[in-house]
Ligand binder design. Sequence first.
Ligand code: ADP
Length: 163
Amino acid sequence: MIKRAIYPGTFDPVTLGHLDIVKRGLELFPELIVGIAENPKKKPLFSIEERKEMFIESLKELGLNGKVKVKTFNTLLVEFAKREGAVAILRGIRIVSDMDHEFTMASLNRKLYPEIETVFLMPSDDYAYLSSSAVREIAFYGGDVSQFVTPFVERKLKEKFRR
Ligand code: ADP
């Protein structure tokens, strides 16, 4: 059986930190599916279609397209994982404070669907303090985000905040 993993998140927008986790995930799993959660409760800045497009274009810019599928979902994560036949859920842990939330989610998901493992990966130190919310904040004030996101995402942020 091919070991397929899913990497779920809001990706509002995808950052180089997320893409670093994708690269590391591909070292472990031959098939990787990025799952973009609709997540209306978080009131995302970008629509789910925009977030998907940004992920696909960023993968292309890094030469990772073809190796990764990008899908959207608006169900429980474990339902999506089951539907996709995944054996693992990938999550990124940046700093210790991520752990509280991530361990809670992983434990609940294990109760809902014991067959699936959550696998935590650490990004490169360069991205340990990077988050989508920080990127949105910097872009909102017209700051330079080129070291945090791909050129495609940088353009989309500029369009979004053009005044
Ligand atoms: P969610 O709303 O599910 O937390 P995010 O898009 O914020 O979605 O994050 C998706 C996953 O990527 C989470 O596991 C998060 O911890 C991880 N992540 C976010 N930013 C980074 C980063 N800079 N480096 C590594 N992992 C990250």
